[in-house]
Ligand binder design. Sequence first.
Ligand code: PGA
Ligand code: ZN
Length: 424
Amino acid sequence: MSLRIHSLMGIQVLDSRGRPTVCARMTLSDGSVHKATVPSGASTGRHEAQELRDAGSPFSEKYFGGSSVYLAVANINNIIAPKLIGCQPDLLTVDTTLAKLDESTRHEILGANATLAISLVCAIAQAHAQQVTLARLFQPTGALTIPMPMVNILSGGAHAKGALDIQDVLVIAHGAQTIAEALSWISAIRERASQAGAARGFITNLVADEGGLGIPFSSTDEACAFVTDCITDVGLSLTSEVGLALDVAATQFFDQGNYISRSTGKVFSGDQWRDQIHSLLNNHPILSIEDPFAEDDWNQWAQFSQGLHRPVQVLGDDLFTTQATRLAKGVHEKSANSILIKPNQNGLVSKTHEVLLQAKAAGFTTVVSARSGESEDSWLSDLAVGWNAGQIKVGSTHGSERTAKWNRLLEIEATEESVFSKPF
Ligand code: PGA
Ligand code: ZN
């Protein structure tokens, strides 16, 4: 007997930053209960799907200074649920219904936080109905590929009150044979960074939004050198075992064609900034660089990607915002060679998957990513595995909202036939 949706509701819950977010709760005709909570970004791209918050509504003054999500919850309860109750939990059908209910390009009518919560809970319930894991809903047979993690060590930018100009210095344990080994290496590096930071007189028990250390370095060069020292201090090789990744999040400090360093006040033209990025790549073992230019500075992206001095993963986050049209432009203009895939930038699970497949077809690498505001859910790990994304980025090794994702990957590795992705 096929299962039906018995009840569906939205609930306002808290994310890892203590801000309101949307949880969708679905029960099926067998009495099973399924939930999905949507994440939320801080360094959001201008082109991403729009979450609906209550500023300007009757709720706005009363709760969370206008950032409450009661309107999105009401859209779930009053508009979406009546259409879906009694139907089978089928992701493609539900996403089609959601797209019809809100034909706006960025889900601004119902709110992308409402649509994504429903889309996710439906995928989770469908997996239950088919008696498989969420990962296996997308890849029913064969060995699963565990994604290579990209993990925050240092945080700056919008996530750590400007401790660094760039947003994150991360590491990739490309020489590890399993995710268990990768996380053990990275955990040691994170611990070493904490000790070395404390030895320099910084407070390192306070962490940034994604669990990285918010140590105020005077330059990105210094921050990169600090992390490479930590890697070698714990006995790991910078060539064969662990490399760096940067998330520049350059949109955050771009103004009228210039890139402005918040720490020094120095103003760089686009060309000068491109030279800065090249010099970072020349001086440090950087394997991947995310958002080195602003979200609409297409010209610099293309010049940079086509003028690389050595192979490097050029990763578009704010540039693409998990949107098919922006990715198509980037593929055409050779702006990058990799895309960050964030389900809440898109608003629907099936459409997010389509963007990932479009990227792979163009020869791009794909990095499934969490947001700075997260929940204890681990559906992202299942999606990254089931979609064979190859890489995943969920913040640091600290914070239960982060470890929920790592721990789900460790569980999949321990219980399923799997291989560890080797994108570098
Ligand atoms: P956000 O940051 O979730 O605050 O947008 C994550 C990222 O830029 O990758
Ligand atoms: Zn980013």
